[in-house]
Design a protein around this ligand. Structure first.
Ligand code: HEM
Length: 369
């Protein structure tokens, strides 16, 4: 069942970069969740004929109309139709590739440049936008780009992704015809390919949700503190099998955990900006010891290089007989990993997207091959 947000009064993240590092405080977010008061009374006065009541009623009605218009600007057909302009997706890809390593923009988006690339955080955005899909109810997925709205923007699982969303705003401004859902998934494809990963087929067709009603409910993405069966429940709900789950998790060859986002700390390998099967080699070849974290949690670290880490859920997956055979397969065979990853990731970013069927399928040439 689709989750309906109460927070229809909350606006999406603005398009400008000026607010790039600000987030809605918990108190203002809660305040904005207060249910709307009815703008006018339906009770007729028995005394009748009160001009004051009529005036108050009409004023309130006008106010409500103005408010409703602001929330639904397309209703009266006067808003700019953002999705009607043709888009040069090849050029969008090239523009995204150009910002992956452009540290100049870090002044706007704070400390996200980590290891020399914005690729990992962009890939995480594409995945979290898509991974809310539910195969039974056919809700969620990348179609509406609902993470632009509260409360989804502030779901704990999405901590840090405002950096990625803000980073793409100048590209959205340059190509107003692209939907956010298309832009975010295309950025994920670009990140994978430019950081050395396999070629991923991509096609446009996502339409943006207009307001918070499109938000996914909290709790649909995997919880890294849990065990293998939780991971199965989450990914089976999206329609993936064990092999696809292990293949997708290989994306952790890229990037790192941040104490201020997930609470975990560190990369999964010594080369967090190179897409390869290194993740599987690291998890199967190293000796893992538990490390307590300052925030009260814990993670696994490599005994001989404690800066390299694994999440509790990942070692639980690795210790599962069914999952283990795929970890071992991909550790030995990078080509097989690339092939399976490309297929599973292509499926992930298309979950819940109502394609018409005649969209052009793109295979973008890596710029930095
Ligand atoms: C077993 C399921 C998964 C769990 C429990 C999990 C959990 C996490 C956590 C806790 C982080 C750290 C976030 C931070 O602190 O910045 C993270 C980062 C990341 N995840 Fe996952 N994830 C899973 C699956 C996936 C999948 C399927 C993909 C993509 C296909 C993915 C791509 C990434 C990337 C690229 C990062 C690095 C982001 C950065 O460096 O900023 N993850 N994940």
């Amino acid at each position: 069942m689709a989750f309906r947000c109460l927070a229809t009064r909350i606006k999406p993240n603005g398009p400008g970069l000026s607010g790039a590092v600000t987030t809605l405080s918990t108190s203002s977010f809660r305040a904005s969740l207060q249910p709307m008061k009815r703008p006018y009374s339906t009770h007729q006065s028995r005394e009748g004929g009160s001009n004051i009541m009529l005036f108050v009623g009409l004023t309130a009605l006008g106010g409500a109309g103005h408010y409703y218009y602001r929330q639904n600007p397309n209703l009266f057909g006067t808003a700019k139709k953002v999705n009607s302009e043709p888009v040069d997706y090849e050029q969008v890809y090239k523009d995204i590739s150009a910002i992956l390593e452009n540290n100049d923009v870090s002044i706007f988006v704070n400390h996200s440049y980590d290891d020399g690339s914005y690729g990992p955080v962009l890939l995480r955005l594409a995945w979290h936008a898509s991974g809310t899909y539910d195969v039974e109810t056919k809700t969620g997925g990348s179609n509406s780009a609902s993470m632009r709205f509260e409360p989804e923007a502030s779901h704990g699982a999405n901590n840090g992704l405002k950096i990625a969303r803000d980073l793409l705003e100048p590209i959205k401004a340059k190509y107003p015809g692209i939907s956010y859902g298309d832009l975010w998934t295309l950025a994920g494809v670009c990140a994978i390919q430019e950081l050395g990963g396999p070629s991923i087929s991509w096609r446009p067709g996502r339409t943006d949700g207009l307001n918070a009603e499109s938000c996914a409910r909290d709790g649909l993405l995997p919880d890294a503190t849990k065990k293998e069966n939780h991971i199965r429940d989450i990914f089976y709900r999206m329609g993936f099998d064990d092999q696809e789950i292990v293949a997708l998790t290989g994306a952790h060859a890229l990037g790192r955990c941040h104490p201020d986002r997930s609470g975990f700390d560190g990369p999964w390998s010594e080369q967090p900006t190179l897409f390869s099967n290194e993740y599987y080699k690291v998890i199967s070849e190293r000796q893992w010891v538990k490390k307590d974290l300052e925030n009260g949690g814990w993670q696994w670290v490599d005994k001989s290089n404690p800066s390299v880490m694994m999440l509790p859920a990942e070692i639980a997956m690795f210790n599962d007989k069914e999952f283990r055979k795929y970890f071992e397969l991909y550790a030995k065979d990078q080509d097989k990993f690339f092939k399976d990853f490309a297929k599973a990731f292509g499926k992930l970013i298309e979950l819940g997207v109502p394609f018409k069927g005649d969209e052009k399928v793109y295979k973008f040439e890596p710029v930095d091959a």
